[in-house]
Design a protein around this ligand. Structure first.
Ligand SMILES: [Zn+2]
Length: 483
């Protein structure tokens, strides 16, 4: 006979269906790791992962203390790898999925020495992947768009960006917590030099997996130490870490070609992940093709312009083709690609690049008719991102969530729900070079699960209902860490 865990110990008023793990992680990290697999790992520069959280507190919603397996009974479960069941159950043991599917089959597979957690009226999904985020900008919050990308940078980013390690760490910590609460399990976050290590460390302390991409901007005298820093990170990066480092030349118009060359070579020889912003604005197209326009004016206005830079641009190329040599050397994750032609799509497909499409941010900046469906048809791995919180609507209750991005595309384009789920899970993992099972319900995958309400009495597909409704997404296992 299965034992039913006591829901009152696990449920809080603000999070009625989440199993809340009110944890202070450290001395008994192994016990928490039973469920969450938050093993401590030593990072490339001596980071020690989660080591400085306090001790784990027994009796605060711990449904794993006395049993080895928990079965989550939901009204539906779904992933993008073919596991779909309504109703559905997921058995979790040792922090990983033991079985998932039709409830009777799951019971037969795991036996009856289990605790049951009831998630009736909910769809369980794997935690979602945000492939392009700027968590260091979280504390700025949503901002109105002034009508131009560069005025936006000057009005909001230049004065608002955190500039000390402590400020960056606080912002990333807050952004990661908001992401986790909104159902994100894996993230590709941009960490700006020289506060990049503080950002990566803050991400390591969070419940998220993913990559902290060290961003390099500029072509000036400080480039040399930055390139040395990139090389050191790449040589020391931990391919198995829960949060790894990656490299990001900021964009083709803002970074020296040498940064792209070195990033591509390091990716090729060390396996470090690489990303960049690409073909994001019309201004970028003009600058790269003709060496003129608002980007030149922006640099001149800020007394940061050197005519010699034009030697690298002005040959009529698109940004994607400007990157051709580097795209051919490594597997890049390119963010945005709002402005691409057929030749660009062909090149991205040939070079196995992934595209991080940030639909709400694209809309905010006025970029329309993104060609993501044509990219997918051409074989490009397209995933989803939020970009920064500044671009999210001020009334969005989960601005760091990926489900709002899926809902936006479903409602605007009627995109196939299963395709959206694939973009939001498997494709994101592929783009970030994280084991794809991470974002599925396959046995052995980490039990990073989220749930969303839907109406079981409505015969409409559960995922479609979720894309039509406005309910918040919640992690099934909610980590509340205290420093
Ligand atoms: Zn970005």
């Amino acid at each position: 006979m299965a034992s039913r865990s006591t829901p009152s110990a696990q449920i809080t008023a603000d999070s009625p269906q989440a199993i809340v793990w009110d944890v202070k992680i450290n001395a008994e990290i192994a016990l928490l790791g039973v469920l969450l697999d938050l093993g401590r790992r030593k990072g490339p520069t001596g980071w020690t992962g989660h080591g400085h959280f306090g001790p784990y507190q027994r009796g605060k919603g711990n449904i794993m203390a006395d049993v080895k397996t928990v079965v989550l009974d939901a009204s539906a479960i779904a992933d993008a790898a073919g596991t779909v069941s309504r109703p559905g159950s997921i058995a979790v043991a040792g922090g990983r999925i033991a079985a998932a599917g039709e409830p009777g089959r799951v019971r037969r597979e795991v036996g009856d020495k289990t605790a049951i957690h009831d998630l009736a009226g909910r769809l369980i999904l794997p935690a979602l992947v945000n492939a392009h985020a700027h968590l260091d900008l979280t504390l700025i919050g949503p901002k109105p768009y002034p009508g131009g990308f560069l005025p936006w940078v000057e009005q909001h980013i230049v004065p608002g960006r955190p500039r000390t390690d402590a400020q960056v760490a606080a912002a990333v910590q807050q952004g990661a917590a908001m992401s986790h609460a909104a159902g994100v399990g894996v993230i590709g976050d941009i960490a700006v030099w020289p506060n990049d290590l503080a950002a990566a460390e803050a991400l390591r302390r969070s419940p998220l997996r993913g990559i902290s991409f060290v961003e390099m901007l500029g072509r000036d005298d400080t480039l040399k130490p930055r390139l040395t820093h990139m090389k050191q990170l790449a040589m020391a990066h931990d391919e198995c870490g829960r949060v790894r480092v990656g490299l990001q030349p900021h964009a083709v118009f803002s970074t020296a070609p040498a940064v792209y060359q070195i990033s591509a070579e390091l990716a090729r020889y060390t396996g470090i992940a690489v990303t960049t912003h690409l073909a994001e604005t019309r201004d970028e197209l003009q600058f790269v093709a003709r060496g003129t326009g608002p980007i030149c004016e922006y640099y001149k206005r800020r007394n940061n312009w050197n005519e010699s830079w034009l030697a690298d641009y002005g040959r009529g190329q698109s940004p994607v083709h400007w990157m051709k040599h580097y795209l051919q050397q490594a597997r890049w994750l390119v963010a945005h690609c709002n402005y691409v032609d057929d030749n660009d799509i062909e090149l991205l497909a040939k070079t196995d690049a992934s595209v991080a499409y940030c639909p709400v941010a694209s809309e905010y900046f006025g970029h329309c008719r993104h060609r993501y469906r044509e990219m997918i048809k051409a074989g490009i791995n397209v995933c989803l991102g939020t970009d920064s919180i500044l671009c999210q609507p001020g009334d969005q209750p989960q601005p760091m969530g990926i489900v709002p991005q899926m809902r936006y595309l479903y409602q605007r384009d009627r995109t196939d729900p299963q395709m959206l789920l694939k973009m939001a899970t498997i494709n994101g993992c592929h783009a970030l070079r994280i084991d794809v099972p991470c974002a599925t319900l396959q046995p052995g995958a980490p039990a990073d699960l989220v749930s969303v309400p839907f109406d079981p009495a409505d015969p409409t597909d559960a995922l479609t209902q979720v894309l039509q409704n406005r309910y918040s997404v919640e992690p099934v296992i909610k980590v509340e860490a205290h420093t």
